[in-house]
Ligand binder design. Structure first.
Ligand code: NAD
Ligand code: ZN
Ligand code: ZN
Length: 394
């Protein structure tokens, strides 16, 4: 079959690889109808996440039709249409029973590596480094889904791929980021990053009743999309983030701050970002935490920092004294996707939200290598790429 494979920094190829097979009686194999490129894939593309190996199949946001089911899988049957969450979960361990799916204790088949790096293992993830199991991803014609009797979400009739695809990642991610803010009707929620996750966080924060949502980025079309969703925007290339957030909150700062940028933040007019770039380049720091520093500084005392943005390792010069003395709460994590999917699917069906608004590019899987670059460099107005392994229908 064909798949998008990682071969090193900025080197994704459309390769021919062996077809996946059922390896365990709970597995299923699905034929991918749609898959997407996520901002998290860019951290792999840019070579900032450790634990990738040449030839790894990319992709953790995908859906399709079940074509083969293992003998013990009582949930799925051939022909079912499913969205597959990016977190692989067993459904039975202590963490899964508490709904803490992204830290499932059993699905990371390289748990020892994760134990060493993080102190404990986290869940297996599709297409996302050998630290999280090294599972082949869904930017492919077919994918083996382990523990397929737990996580896959069956798609009701009448919904398009585009409406439901993002239930596997960015929609619950933006939603969980907003829920973590414990939003009150008087709250200003400031969101750094107007990429796909930031866009979902805007809609989620407003659905959850925020007084105002402010989005910070510097890419015009992304800021425009955030405004279309009801946000006030700040272009950090053109204006001072601290001054504008102060003005919008009567000088008090936003109560809730969401980092939808992660470890590759950019900054202009800031010494700390030059320092981070230099340290990252010589491997003395794995992540660039400019946004974290800005959030700690600007957040109203007793506020909440919600961090869906992905970090891989070590950050430097984090003002922990400010965080502590201001009494800020930090909430973060890979998304517990299945905690939210029932509720979010219902909201899509009821027409409260249609996540397909974020799609700017739909292409065949063979165009994937070029689209990684287009998405990363924000060329051609690119905000979210959907790929069709079966080719794009006219
Ligand atoms: P993206 O790369 O398209 O978006 C990031 C945006 O941040 C860009 O628009 C960029 O211009 C902006 N940005 C950069 N520096 C900034 C700064 N200093 N201030 C404000 N904005 C800045 O990616 P995305 O798909 O939206 O993903 C965002 C983050 O969320 C990534 O780190 C990704 O890995 C992470 N993510 C996490 C989960 C999870 O489960 N926690 C799931 C999906 C994605
Ligand atoms: Zn993702
Ligand atoms: Zn589990």
């Amino acid at each position: 079959m064909k798949a998008l494979c990682w071969h090193g920094k900025k080197d994704i190829r459309y390769d021919t690889v062996p077809d996946p097979k059922i390896e365990h009686p709970r597995d299923a194999v699905i034929k991918v109808s749609s898959c997407a490129i996520c901002g998290s894939d860019l951290h792999l593309f840019d070579g900032f996440m450790p634990g990738m190996q040449s030839g790894d199949i990319m992709g953790h946001e995908f859906m399709g039709e079940v074509v083969e089911v293992g003998s013990e899988n009582k949930k799925l049957k051939v022909g079912d249409r499913v969205v597959v969450p990016f977190t692989i979960i067993c459904g039975e361990c202590d963490q899964c029973r508490r709904g803490n799916y992204s830290v499932c204790e059993r699905t990371n088949r390289n748990a020892k590596l994760a134990d060493k790096a993080f102190g404990h293992t986290t869940a297996g993830l599709f297409g996302y480094t050998h630290l999280t199991g090294g599972y082949p991803g869904g930017q492919a014609e077919y994918v083996r889904v382990p523990y397929a009797d737990v996580a896959p979400v069956k798609v009701p009739d009448g919904l398009t791929d585009e409406q439901v695809l993002f239930l596997g990642d960015i929609f619950p991610t933006g939603w969980q980021a907003a829920v973590a803010c414990d939003i009150q009707p008087t709250d200003t929620v400031a969101i750094w990053g107007a990429g796909p996750v930031g866009q979902m966080a805007v809609r989620s924060a407003l659905l959850l009743g925020a007084k105002q949502v402010v989005v910070i980025d510097r890419v015009a079309e992304r800021l425009a999309m955030a405004r279309a969703g009801g946000a006030i925007t700040i272009n950090f290339d053109e204006e001072s983030v601290l001054d504008r957030l102060g003005e919008l909150t009567g000088g008090k700062g936003p109560e809730k701050c969401i980092d939808a940028v992660g470890m590759e933040s950019h900054a202009t007019r800031s010494i700390d970002s030059l320092y981070d770039r230099a340290k990252q380049a010589v491997m003395l720091e794995s992540d660039r935490p400019h946004v974290l520093r800005e959030m700690i500084y600007v957040c109203r005392p007793a506020g909440i920092l919600s961090i869906p943005g992905v970090y891989g390792g070590l950050v430097d010069k984090l003002p922990f004294g400010a965080l502590m003395n201001k009494g800020l709460t930090v909430r973060t994590g890979q998304t517990h996707v299945n905690r939210w999917t029932d509720d979010l699917l219902r909201r899509i069906q009821e027409g409260q939200i249609d996540p397909s608004f974020v799609i700017t590019h739909t292409v065949g899987l063979e165009d994937g290598p070029a689209m990684y670059k287009t998405f990363r460099d924000k060329e051609d107005g690119c905000i979210k790429v959907v790929m069709k392994p079966g080719g794009v229908r006219a």
